[in-house]
Each structure stands twice: as C-alpha cells, then as structure tokens.
Design a protein around this ligand. Structure first.
Ligand code: COA
Length: 165
C-alpha cells in the first residue's frame, strides 16, 4: 500500500538530498527552485516557508506487513482553487513498479477530499516522456507549451502545462 506522509524530518531531508544526484535531475524535478547540489539549508527553508507559500509537502511511503520504505516525494501548490501537483520524484531504485502512478492517484484523491478546487494542473519538460505518458494515462491533457522555457548546457528545454480533464 502506498501512503502520502508529511515531509518534515532531518531524515526526510537527507534522503531527498541523496536522491537528487545530478544537476539535470534537480531541474527535471524542481525546475529552477533549488541550486544543485541540494543541501539542508535550502531544504530547511523549503520546509519553513511551506505554510506561507501555501504548499503541502509529502514523502511517499510504501507499506507492507513488515516494513515501511520511503519511495517518493511530492508537493501540492495551492493557488486558490487551482491546485498544482509538483516536485514529483520516485527514488531511482524504485521506478517502474507503479509507484509513480499510484502517487499521482493519491495526490488527486487528496485534493478531491481535502481542498476546494476548480482545476488540477502540472508542468513537465516536453522531453520527459516517462512522466508525460504517466500523466496522459491518468487523464491529463496538454493545454500550453512554453517554448524555450530554459536552457541547460547546449539544450533548449520546452515545458508543457497539463490539466486534468
Ligand atoms: C516520472 C516518474 C515519477 C514515474 O515514476 P515510476 O514509478 O517509474 O512510474 P510507474 O512505474 O508508476 O509508471 C506508470 C506509468 O508511467 C509511464 N511510464 C513510466 N516510466 C516510463 C518510461 N520509462 N517510459 C515510458 N513510460 C513510462 C507508463 O505509462 C507507466 O504505465 P505502464 O507501466 O502501465 O506502462 C519517475 O520516472 C521519476 O521520478 N522521474 C524523475 C523525476 C521526474 O521526471 N519527475 C516528474 C517531473 S514533471
């Protein structure tokens, strides 16, 4: 069973730092929000400002009879009644097992049960086919593409906005 739990402890911060092991992944995961490498100063600030910034930060736990394994990270940004699902990450060693899909389903359920909302949206770099395929599978549709959203090394990265229909 997968469960959303509050991201809050030093252990949570250290785990997230270990997962984000390249500058490229840091941008794919969080755009330009954090400098690479992640560190406790940046992540303590992220946690400390969560309430002020109207964001809910989760770790994603896989629970079976004998153990709890933290497999992912996620965030909800509450922009009034427009809710953004963001900062999605599954531990590299746990990908391809269905956790990412279950995580997004749990986030949608959380929104439906706990927040007043009109729309649920997210943004994703256009080259990120695993993520886009997942979102399309769950009913998200692309509504906008921001061309040349950012540049990394010699690459031009476009970013698309997807809304749950
Ligand atoms: C995107 C991410 C969250 C997916 O998590 P995951 O646990 O590996 O995905 P799942 O195993 O739940 O896969 C669910 C669906 O996503 C799609 N998918 C996942 N990995 C894929 C891949 N490598 N290629 C194509 N489609 C893929 C498939 O539709 C899959 O369903 P299927 O198994 O029935 O084909 C994970 O790859 C990740 O953390 N990536 C790095 C960070 C990132 O890109 N975050 C999103 C930023 S917008």
């Amino acid at each position: 069973m997968l469960q959303l739990q509050k991201f809050e402890s030093k252990e949570d911060i250290d785990r997230l730092i270990s997962w984000v092991d390249s500058e490229r992944l840091n941008i794919i995961w969080a755009s330009d929000s954090f400098r690479f490498p992640l560190d406790t100063i940046q992540l303590n600030k992220y946690l400390g400002n969560a309430e002020k910034n109207n964001i809910l930060i989760f770790k994603v736990a896989y629970i079976d009879d004998n153990s709890v394994t933290i497999v992912g990270h996620a965030e909800l940004d509450v922009f009034g009644t427009d809710i953004k699902i963001s900062r999605l990450l599954i531990d590299k060693n746990q990908r391809g097992k269905g956790y990412g899909e279950q995580m997004v389903k749990l986030l949608i359920k959380y929104i439906q049960e706990n927040l007043e909302y009109k729309s649920i949206f997210l943004t994703v770099f256009t080259f990120n086919k695993p993520a886009i395929t997942l979102y399309e599978k769950l009913g998200f549709k692309t509504v906008e593409i921001a061309l040349d959203f950012m540049r990394y090394e010699n690459e031009i990265w476009d970013r698309q906005k997807m809304i749950l229909r």
